[in-house]
Ligand binder design. Structure first.
Ligand SMILES: NC(=O)c1ccc[n+]([C@@H]2O[C@H](COP(=O)([O-])OP(=O)(O)OC[C@H]3O[C@@H](n4cnc5c(N)ncnc54)[C@H](O)[C@@H]3O)[C@@H](O)[C@H]2O)c1
Length: 292
């Protein structure tokens, strides 16, 4: 699959779907972004176009490259438009019944050889795959947020995933310039097993007054060399999503390090979700999901 232009459907135009759509068009794939919400779709398309414009402004892409990438994207709220897809990447809300239903509906729209990728963070890939009449085509592909900036994708097979689907997925990841690691269909895969407890411990350090938002981010940048501090990252992830992922992993793993600190609940209750609401740990002048 590497090197060939593909037609990719991205389901869900939120934080992850819009980020994944940027990855697809930058790699030269025709991309159809699908959402059930007209408003969500419009916002997702704005995010993709804004990111590409900003990349051109910063000299990371030429103006022509940005225009070519933008021309590869179309948006739709009609599932029937996903018919020609070679690959479907699902990034809808983290709800098992919803994800199963979406894959079941897609079975009737796309070819039997279309690959189904699920970006679930906490659900079983096998469980999501059971929504499709062809679970052998379903592979877990867990993109790191922000998807356009982070290279890693975790690849997890469900119980019935066929080897052709895994191999095609790994080749596809190469076409995207991603680094893939194969992991098991287990709660948290690899990354969230360490990332969620680490993020929680940074929030606890803040709540204990060990530092400020800025000083803890600075300490992380200057010590362990992460590309961004925990609070900048959490503002991109979204506190509602962090709360949901941390709670679900706690429920499955029964390890208290995953349990979200009280500050998370207060931020969610007050609507301070991060970049998407314009305020989280930091204040933003807009509600753009991420910068270039
Ligand atoms: N935010 C993160 O850091 C992160 C990281 C990795 C994986 N994930 C996973 O990615 C998925 C999406 O998370 P997000 O943070 O982008 O959520 P989000 O709330 O930002 O976006 C979800 C989008 O899905 C849309 N949607 C709902 N039902 C739909 C349907 N039937 N068909 C099409 N679209 C539908 C919603 O309108 C919304 O635009 C979840 O499974 C989440 O666990 C999130």
């Amino acid at each position: 699959m590497s090197g060939q232009q593909r037609t990719v459907a991205v389901l869900g135009a939120g934080t992850m779907g819009s980020g994944i759509a940027i990855v697809m068009v930058r790699a030269g794939h025709r991309t159809v972004l699908f959402d059930v919400s007209e408003e969500g779709l419009a916002r997702g398309i704005d995010t993709v176009n804004g990111f590409l414009d900003n990349s051109a402004r910063l000299g990371k892409l030429t103006a022509e490259q940005a225009a070519e990438a933008k021309a590869l994207l179309v948006g739709t709220t009609d599932l029937a438009d996903l018919g020609p897809s070679d690959v479907v990447v699902e990034a809808v809300w983290e709800d098992l019944a919803l994800k199963k239903d979406v894959f079941g509906q897609l079975d009737d729209v796309v070819s039997d050889r279309t690959l189904f990728h699920t970006n679930t963070s906490t659900l079983s890939v096998t469980g999501v795959a059971s929504g499709s009449r062809l679970p052998e085509r379903v592979v877990g592909t867990h993109y790191c947020n922000p998807a356009p900036l982070m290279k890693l994708v975790e690849v997890a097979n469900g119980r019935h995933t066929a080897s052709w689907a895994t191999e095609a997925t790994l080749e596809f990841m190469t076409s995207l310039g991603k680094t893939s690691v194969i992991t098991k269909d287990r709660p948290g895969f690899i990354v969230n097993r360490f990332l969620i407890p680490w993020e929680n411990s940074c929030i606890n350090a803040l709540e204990a007054g060990l530092g400020t938002v800025e000083s803890i981010d600075t300490a992380v940048l200057g010590s362990v060399g992460h590309p961004m501090g925990p609070f900048r990252l959490l503002d991109i992830v979204g506190m509602d999503i962090h709360q949901q992922v941390a709670t679900r992993l706690y429920e499955q793993l029964r390890d208290p390090r995953f349990f979200p600190p009280p500050m998370v609940d207060r931020m969610v209750a007050s609507g301070d979700l991060g970049r998407k609401t314009g305020r989280g740990f930091y204040e933003y002048g807009d509600t753009k999901l991420f910068g270039s």
